[in-house]
Design a protein around this ligand. Structure first.
Ligand code: GTP
Ligand code: MG
Length: 186
């Protein structure tokens, strides 16, 4: 993990660090809602994303370039165009979408096999927890086979982008991991 982070940090030495974070996941999972919840602290009304949204967030001591990519089937092949130098991936799961949890798992593992993402920390949001019957974090964790990720820093956090729950907790974990890596590479 050290090399990728050291590359990112070396380039930015002495200036506010900018880190590329990707938000990925199937269509309708809540990626855009999470991005603007993070940036504006409120719920925005969204349309399916064709292409991407990118916003810069100042979070703690970090400057984050957060890329929210469209998740529709026809757009997913373009995710790879954004992998270069991504410090981490936020993968959003719609916890009410029981039919597509295995598809979400497949897309996650295909994505994680990419060489460019081998050092990227992974934060999974089990989103839409405000909905009745939402799948639990432990169920989603098993379905996504997260325990198989031996060489990667990962965490899964229950969230509701609508209610604003879990989002800060997840980002705190992510920025802590990034900061730890920074210390290790100094
Ligand atoms: N109940 C509930 N609805 C949510 C939550 N997060 C997002 N939504 C709703 O889910 C729908 C899709 O949200 P988006 O943020 O547009 O989803 P997306 O992942 O960006 O979808 P694509 O752009 O198509 O990939 C919207 O109607 C949101 O309001 C949540 O935590 N709870
Ligand atoms: Mg979107």
């Amino acid at each position: 993990m050290g090399n990728a982070f050291s590359g990112i940090f070396d380039k930015l030495w002495g200036v506010p660090m900018q880190l590329r974070i990707l938000i990925l996941g199937l269509d309708g999972a809540g990626k855009t809602t999470i991005l603007y919840r993070l940036q504006l602290g409120e719920v925005v009304s969204t349309k399916p994303t064709i292409g991407f949204n990118v916003e810069t967030l100042n979070y703690k001591n970090l400057k984050l370039n957060v890329w929210d990519l469209g998740g529709q089937t026809s757009i997913r092949p373009y995710w790879r165009c954004y992998y270069n130098e991504a410090a981490s991936v936020i993968f959003v799961v719609d916890s009410t979408d029981k039919e597509r949890i295995s598809l979400a798992a497949k897309e996650l593992h295909v994505m994680l096999q990419e060489e460019e993402l081998k050092d990227a920390a992974l934060l999974v949001f089990a989103n839409k927890q405000d909905q009745p019957g939402a799948l639990s974090v432990s169920y989603i964790s098993k379905e996504l086979n997260l325990v198989s990720l031996k060489e990667r820093s990962w965490s899964i956090v229950a969230s509701s982008a609508i209610k604003g729950e879990g989002i800060t907790e997840g980002l705190d974990w992510l920025t802590d991991v990034i900061n730890e890596e920074q210390v290790q590479t100094r």
